[in-house]
Design a binder for this molecule. Structure first.
Ligand code: ATP
Length: 602
């Protein structure tokens, strides 16, 4: 029997392990089960290289909880260890003194590994025992340590090849003696490990998750079933991307595009990160580009550094490469579906549009590709245009005097109906941009797309939406125009009204209220919050009242001798225009209703 004394330089490592190394104590189980998996995999590799390993068909790992004895054991049938190996792999690292130990694990070599592995068992145990027998023809070995600077190591009889680790769970960690707790931890960390894992007489893992298989061997159903396995309560995903790369880094996985509802925020953080089928985290912020965080699925890469700080991760070259690889894959897949199955692509646009627009705003590489498959839907006909197609369809009618293409859009088809109709009469093509992200998307694309200008349908009277600088002359005299302007200028300051008299065609409405694009966008952004938001949000609404001097109504109105009646008529006309913009509220609305009744009685 070998009895050892730790070569203490400062103090032993166990207090350090307990206190500092993992705030998350439950990972000890992941570490031990991963070791058991590694040992099993190693044996398989040896066998396939022709080494005499004996029968390897019974490969399995058992997790056994004994609440009465207060022990939790992890048992494998892997390579096992000889006494020399235990001394080398278990003793020397752990007992080489705290300082050296910490240095070793701070070392860059650790990147790519989980970290402390075996020693993390001391976070939850008073004592850890190990029974192990190597596949090599040597005696079994017993090792134990109670966290003090002493260990025991001696030969024992052990019939089966493999390793059994028995943890004597400490007082502070009693939660790990609850069967449910262990079941949940296994479910979280071990669900897709490659060796069968048994707990309470049941196999708890799927050893061949689909991301480890070849896409050619998988059916649509396989992908959908796997999605259900990951997210039992979710709707069928729209489509998926199978990731598979082995150079210059290793990465496999399946990413799904979920159906997105209005409340898309709550669906974030659904991607799970694995390393060789061991669950690592579902916080993949730095690894997956921000705009793809709405996707679901699994990424598996042994090349992602897992044990370093988040800020380090951002600068990691592998992480950067993985990031751009995923972005490219997603863009390629979207383009492929767009080209080969455009009707299906358009049908799913409501959900897809969100990813695409978000991606175009935040990632220039993605933008470049997405310019080809971003689609915009005509509010009236429902037709989808790409940017190029829209430009072509509106080339003649919707170019302004500077040669810019004007993209007309509506954010609310019901409220902006009158403006939509006016545009339709001119044969303008108005697209629907009514999702949460669109306001930001519009301003962003105006900076990125050359020669394009977005204008909301109610930003100006229809004749001015596309600024071509051609107007009919007004039939009114200068004095008449001044008079009208005065009549239309309101006393109320709740809304900032600018009045202008224009000579429009006689069949255009007598007064049109519009909201200048710039101020309206600022106010919309203000309402959404952030930055200068509060300032703009508190500004009064800006409205332009365009009075159509050519409307026949003014011929009689200007001749009206009853000043009171004249003022009432003018106010009613102005209110009708404001009403169409949803800007007539409270007192003003009541006054309008009363006045209308008065006018009818007059
Ligand atoms: N169940 C086991 N069967 C066989 N050998 C084992 C087992 N558990 C641990 N070992 C040996 O002990 C060594 C140290 O294990 P430890 O978990 O501390 O680190 P590791 O697995 O090498 O790295 P990691 O930090 O990624 O866990 C292993 O490399 C392996 O050689």
């Amino acid at each position: 029997m070998q009895k050892g004394q730790i070569r203490v330089e400062t103090e032993n490592i166990f207090p350090i392990i307990k206190k500092f190394l993992y705030s998350d104590h439950e990972i000890f189980l992941r570490e031990l089960v991963s070791n058991a998996v590694d040992a099993s995999q190693k044996l398989k590799t040896l066998a396939s290289n022709g080494e005499p390993t004996g029968d390897i068909s019974d490969m399995r790992i058992d997790i056994v909880l004994d609440a009465t004895e207060k022990t939790l054991s992890v048992i494998d049938r892997g390579v096992g260890m000889t006494q020399d190996e235990v001394d080398k792999y278990i003793n020397q690292v752990a007992f080489s003194g705290a300082e050296e130990f910490m240095n070793k694990y701070k070392d860059a070599n650790i990147i790519g590994h989980f970290g402390l592995g075996f020693y993390s068992s001391f976070m939850v145990s008073d004592k850890v025992e190990m029974y192990t027998k190597s596949y090599k023809d040597e005696s079994g070995v017993y090792w134990s340590c109670d966290g003090s600077p002493e260990f025991e190591l001696y030969a024992v009889d052990k019939a089966d090849r493999g390793t059994k680790i028995v943890m004597h769970i400490n007082e502070d960690s009693k939660e790990f003696l609850e069967a449910d707790r262990i079941g949940k931890m296994l479910e979280k960390f071990c669900k897709f490990l490659p060796v069968p894992i048994f707990y309470e007489d049941k196999q708890i893992n799927n050893t061949n998750p689909i991301w480890t298989k070849k896409p050619a061997d998988l059916t649509t159903e396989d992908y959908q079933n796997f999605y259900k396995e990951l997210y039992p309560y979710s709707e069928t995903p729209l489509f998926w991307i199978h990731l598979n790369v082995d150079y210059p880094f290793n990465l496999t996985g399946v990413l799904y595009f979920p159906k997105i509802k209005q409340s898309y925020e709550i669906q974030k953080d659904k991607i799970q990160l694995y390393s060789n089928q061991v669950f690592v985290t579902d916080e993949v912020k730095e690894i997956v580009p921000e705009f793809l965080m709405l996707m679901h699925g699994v990424i598996d890469s042994p090349d992602i550094p897992l044990n370093v700080s988040r800020s380090y991760l951002q600068g990691d070259p592998n992480v950067k490469k993985i990031n751009s690889y995923i972005t490219k894959k997603v863009a390629d897949k979207l383009e492929e579906i767009f080209r080969n199955e455009r009707p299906a692509f358009e049908e799913k646009w409501e959900s897809l549009g969100l990813f695409v627009k978000y991606g175009m705003m935040t990632d220039d590489k993605f933008l470049e590709k997405a310019n080809k498959f971003l689609v915009m839907q005509d509010a009236v006909s429902g037709t989808f245009y790409t940017l190029e197609e829209y430009k072509l369809a509106t080339e003649v009618l919707q170019k302004n005097k500077e040669g810019k293409q004007v993209i007309l859009y509506t954010t609310d088809m019901v409220q902006q109906d009158a403006y939509l109709q006016a545009c339709a009469a001119k044969d303008y093509k108005v697209i629907k941009l009514d999702t949460l992200i669109d306001a930001a998307f519009i301003s962003n694309m105006e900076m990125k797309w050359e020669g394009v200008h977005f204008v909301r349908v109610d930003a100006d009277i229809v004749d001015n939406l596309i600024d071509k600088q051609e107007h009919d002359a007004s039939v009114l005299s200068k004095e008449e125009e001044e008079k009208l302007k005065e009549l239309f200028t309101p006393e109320t300051k709740a809304v900032n009204v600018t009045v202008e008299i224009k000579g429009l065609s006689a069949d255009t409405a007598p007064v049109i209220a519009t909201r200048p694009e710039f101020m309206r966008r600022m106010k919309d952004m203000g309402a959404a919050g952030g930055g200068m938001a509060a300032f703009y949000a508190n500004m009064p609404d800006e409205v332009t009242l365009t009075v159509n001097g050519n409307h026949p109504l003014y011929q009689t109105l200007l001749k009206e001798e009853n000043a009171d009646k004249q003022q009432k008529q003018v106010k009613t006309l102005a209110d009708l225009a404001l009403l169409s913009q949803g800007l007539l509220k409270g007192n003003d609305l009541t006054a309008f209703i009363n006045r209308s009744v008065d006018l009818m009685q007059a």
